[in-house]
Design a protein around this ligand. Structure first.
Ligand code: ATP
Ligand code: MG
Length: 409
């Protein structure tokens, strides 16, 4: 019969990959908890409308990448990202009544119908943070600090923080107009996507990955607008305050005026963290401030800022981690006693197995040396005396101890 294969753009996370995944998940819990963040788990599918409104219907994510299906006349979508879901839950559970800041972190699978390639899958995982209720730049600094701290806890130091400010809708208006004016003469040379973006969301023109479009945007008169200053006084103050906190924290950053990010909801601070060791899909983290999203999704006016990191990209930077061996393997031809002892050891918190097929003693010992750090040997002699022989399988040292006195470390 034909074998049924895994779907394009998806991957099994195999037992041999698990040490890295557990490491990333445990560190997330450890680091984010230090900042007072709490974990939240929201559903993997939501109403399509949530993403159309929450992510923005001029984005690639919503226009091209969503897994949408109908069920009982409802349009549902597998989440392509988790900010919209967390914001929905924040609103629905009245979390604006909690004392600010409300800091939530999440991890889990996301789904985007993209062309699979290195660093780009159709089901991938993100770990992320959302901080609600603080409009001051201290929250921006703390969120960036959390990202950097988490990456450091994984041992990743060779990373660059890129930073930009998009201003507020007010100051952005003039920038958009100026940008459109200088780009208009080149409109026929731009890709189809950029032609649509030009009217719907001109800021996103700068985000285009097509080399032809980037060539146009590199023209001096266009660069003059991009590199010029359009940020209003309040937004500039916010940004400069953030930069001063980052300096205080010793976090290095680079200003990148082309950084506009894919999603519609961002205002003021946007940032990405990039690795020099990842080839073309080099962003491990993307984030920013989204002060109008909670209100746009029907909640109380609540400022917010967050980030998401791609866990597969992190995993590929972390390389391999060895699978842990079992602590003990019980070696005995008396099955009843082997079962009992194995259970006793597990109750003490020791990872332990015995030979389910009751092979010859020597075969059991061979198996033990492959899978475990210690063989706990239970011959008839030991059973009658209430003892066991513990053999360290690295050093071959062994000693006989009372059964209720087994210490393995
Ligand atoms: P990109 O420019 O790489 O498409 P993005 O702007 O779509 O990124 P975000 O929505 O900001 O990405 O997601 C945050 C992070 O999630 C990215 O920095 C990346 O590490 C990861 N990520 C995004 N899409 C994918 C994907 N299809 N496969 C694997 N990881 C992804
Ligand atoms: Mg993308």
């Amino acid at each position: 019969m034909a074998i049924i294969k895994i779907q394009k753009g998806t991957k099994d996370i195999l037992p041999s990959d698990m040490p890295i995944w557990h490491f990333m998940e445990e560190k997330a819990n450890e680091v984010f908890t230090k900042y007072g963040a709490k974990e939240i788990r929201t559903p993997i599918f939501e109403a399509t409308e949530l993403f159309a409104r929450g992510v923005g219907d001029t984005t690639d994510i919503v226009n091209k990448e969503m897994y949408t299906f109908e069920k009982s006349d409802r349009s549902l979508t597998l989440r392509p990202e988790n900010t919209a879901g967390v914001v929905r839950s924040f609103i629905e559970n009245g979390m604006h009544r909690l004392s600010a800041p409300v800091k939530l972190w999440y991890k889990g699978p996301m789904f985007r119908y993209e062309r699979p390639q290195a660093g780009r899958q159709r089901q991938f995982h993100q770990v992320g943070i959302e901080v609600f209720g603080i409009k001051q730049a201290t929250a921006d600094a703390e969120v960036i600090m959390m990202a950097v701290d988490y990456l450091k806890s994984l041992g990743l130091n060779d990373l660059t923080v890129e930073l930009n400010t998009l201003g507020c809708p007010k100051c952005r208006e003039e920038f958009k107009k100026n940008l459109k004016d200088v780009i208009r003469p080149y409109l026929p040379q731009l890709c189809e996507d950029c032609q649509t973006r030009f009217e719907k969301n001109p800021l996103r023109l700068l985000d285009c990955k097509s080399p032809e479009c980037q060539e146009v945007y590199a023209k001096p008169e266009i660069q003059a607008v991009i590199q010029g200053d359009f940020i209003c006084e309040e937004c500039s103050e916010h940004f400069n305050e953030l930069l001063s906190y980052l300096d205080t924290l010793g976090i290095k950053y680079e200003r990148n005026k082309l950084l506009v990010r894919g999603l519609d909801y961002y205002n003021r601070t946007v940032f990405e963290i990039k690795s020099n060791n990842l080839g073309s899909q080099n962003a491990v983290c993307g984030g920013g401030r989204y002060d109008s999203l909670v209100k746009n999704l029907g909640g109380e006016d609540t400022p917010a800022i967050g980030f998401a990191m791609g866990m597969e990209r992190l995993a590929s930077l972390l390389g391999e981690k060895k699978e842990e061996k079992l602590t003990a393997f019980v070696v005995s031809n008396n099955i009843a006693e082997a079962i009992k002892l194995t259970e006793e050891l597990r109750l003490k918190g020791i990872t332990c197995e015995f030979d389910l097929t009751n092979k010859k003693f020597v075969k059991q010992l061979e198996k033990a040396s492959k899978v475990a750090k210690y063989a706990v040997i239970l011959g008839e002699d030991e059973i009658s005396k209430g003892e066991v022989t513990v053999k360290n399988l690295d050093t071959s040292e062994q000693k006989t101890v009372k059964r209720n006195n087994i210490v393995l470390n």
